[in-house]
Ligand binder design. Structure first.
Ligand code: ARG
Length: 573
């Protein structure tokens, strides 16, 4: 696609024979028309009107005459100063399908990233609390971005910046000591711990003397006291054990679980650097760094001298620049933290080189609301992800049992469908869009759902199986691609060809939804193709073979694309 843009720019450039115009400027303006009637690419000639001192229509007419069809371009047409290019579809078809057949599961991978270091920090829940819908959205988004960048050849580090530090641990430790015998920590340890926190916090709020005890606990923790550290570690371990169950299901990848606690001994240096640079100001006893006018200053030390969330984030920036030498460090959180990240990204200029500071990027996501109160199983509007996942798997199983009771490995398939449906539902909407969540909609086998795309994959598999098509035995030189000539076939090929660009765009814009929506389109175009063109019953052997290759290529793109999103494809469902 990018390659084709370059080619078209070069053709226009040659035809112009004008040294005042740069080829790069032409390339920038080459577009892909929304309506295919206007060609595969178009160039708006008004961009040249000023330099050439001619009307766009005249420029278009002249270029139309000068540019001739070749093996890549089948037709050029001037329409009101827009130069529309139609590509030679035989050529695209051969290139695209040969490429997919040759690369298989590597189709879409590239070396564009050239091993450049990128950090994706995601999930990052606060320990001793249950994992809820927001964390789930964060986690699927992060895993998709991780894989998108990895597919493009970047060296990605996934970090789970656990919320495992702060005054609340003084409170939990105290509550745990007092109430632990009332709870069963084997069953729902995170529920127990968060309940303990709520109880103890109430006590502390009502009685300053109790709060002092909690403060004392945290101080001990900061100083590395053995008993408090042991308890803290226990909370962290049980929390991670719970979260890991979910991470395993979602295929999340973390190379580091260094959370806030990890920076306990790394904040002094930050304070020293800021102090040395003379940017640390007193403000009602607290130490702050001033940032742009429209924002409140960034507090780094509270009036009692203790560090805060932001201080740890600053230490993390310094540490990550040194340890990972990142070009980009992406943080994924809900929108509430926009101000926080703006502040610390600005203060970062005093701590790290500009190249690191410029690479800091905050990615946010919208809220999740429930359509019905059904999933609010325990309290308030909190949904427990484990319950949700189990429910999704159970419902998927019911659907399969009704449709295809003979299916082997029903449980395994139900898991892929249930989990895939949840993930896809979160990723198909733009990341900042609010989602109104309804489990039944999510699990539908038709419409814009994960199961619909998985189902399309299964269709490709069963078609190929019926025909006895085996990619291993395919002689790629024997394929006659000109047999793929119906509009449905041509459209499907063009869609498959856009896969590589789609991945790039999704990564660049931090939008896995671009890939998710692309896959919906693949599935839709595949259906259209399959309604129009027979495969198994096709009598012309060459047509049949070419169509099989198209079906196979579709299966590859769907499988590779879903894998990036964290969704597995069953072969049958
Ligand atoms: N633990 C935080 C929360 O749950 C999110 C952490 C985001 N990352 C960061 N580096 N501050 O709200």
């Amino acid at each position: 696609m990018e390659e084709m843009k370059k080619y078209i720019a070069s053709v226009i450039y040659k035809a112009l024979e004008n040294n005042d115009i740069k080829i790069e400027e032409i390339e920038e303006k080459v577009e892909t028309p929304k309506d295919k009637k206007n060609g595969d690419f178009a160039y708006p000639c008004f961009n040249l009107a000023k330099v050439l001192r001619k009307s766009p229509v005249m420029i278009g007419q002249e270029l139309e005459l000068k540019i001739t069809a070749d093996d890549k371009i089948s037709k050029v047409e001037n329409v009101n100063g827009f130069l529309n290019f139609y590509l030679n579809s035989d050529n695209i078809t051969k290139k695209t399908l040969d490429n997919i057949v040759n690369l298989g599961e590597n189709y879409g991978k590239s070396n564009e990233g050239n091993g450049v270091n990128i950090i994706v920090e995601y999930s990052s829940p606060n320990i001793a609390k249950p994992f809820h819908l927001g964390h789930f959205r964060n986690t699927v988004l992060g895993k998709a971005l991780y894989d998108l960048y990895e597919t493009l050849g970047y060296n990605v580090t996934g970090i789970n910046h656990l919320g495992d530090w702060g005054r609340q641990f003084g409170i939990i430790i105290e509550g745990y000591k007092r109430f632990k015998d009332e709870y069963n920590f084997d069953e729902n340890p995170l529920d127990a711990l968060s309940d303990i926190y709520v109880r103890m916090n109430k006590i502390c709020k009502e009685d300053e003397a109790q709060m002092d005890i909690a403060r004392e606990n945290f101080k001990k923790l900061e100083q590395g006291d053995e008993e408090t550290t042991r308890l803290w570690k226990y909370f962290r371990d049980v929390s991670l054990k719970e979260y890991n169950r979910i991470y395993d299901i979602l295929g999340s990848k973390f190379d580091s679980y260094n959370g806030e606690a990890f920076y306990n001994d790394k904040m002094d240096e930050v304070i020293q650097i800021l102090d040395k640079k003379g940017v640390l100001k007193d403000s009602q006893g607290a130490k702050v760094v001033e940032v742009s006018d429209n924002m409140p200053p960034c507090i780094v030390l509270k009036s009692n001298g203790s560090t805060i969330y932001a201080t740890r984030d600053l230490a993390a920036i310094l540490y990550r620049a040194r340890t990972y030498d990142f070009t980009k460090c992406i943080y994924i959180t809900a929108t509430e933290q926009i101000l926080h990240f703006k502040q610390i990204f600005e203060v970062a200029k005093y701590l790290v080189d500009e190249k690191y500071q410029k690479g800091l990027k905050h990615v946010t996501y919208g809220m999740i609301r429930l359509k019905t109160g059904k999933m609010s199983t325990r309290e308030g509007n909190v949904v427990y992800i484990n319950d949700l996942i189990e429910e999704a798997i159970k419902k998927s199983k019911d659907i399969i049992l009704a449709k295809n009771p003979e299916l082997e490995n029903i449980d395994e398939v139900a898991k892929k469908i249930g989990v895939g449906a949840l993930i896809f539902n979160y990723l198909k909407s733009g990341k900042n869009k609010d989602i109104i969540f309804d489990l039944d909609d999510t699990l539908r086998f038709d419409g814009e759902t994960g199961p619909y795309i998985q189902y399309t994959y299964c269709r490709t598999k069963s078609i190929l199986e019926k025909v006895g098509f085996d990619i291993a035995n395919l002689d790629i030189n024997s394929i006659n691609y000109s047999k793929l000539s119906t509009p449905q076939e041509v459209e499907l090929v063009k869609q498959l060809q856009k896969y590589e660009d789609t991945i790039k765009k999704s990564a660049q814009e931090y939008e896995p939804s671009i890939l998710a929506r692309y896959l919906i389109e693949v599935a839709t175009l595949f259906s259209r193709f399959y309604n129009e063109c027979s495969v198994a019953n096709e009598e012309d052997e060459k047509t049949k073979q070419a169509r099989c290759v198209l079906v196979y290529a579709t299966s590859v793109v769907i499988k590779n694309g879903l894998k990036i999103l964290g969704i597995e494809c069953p072969d049958k469902m």
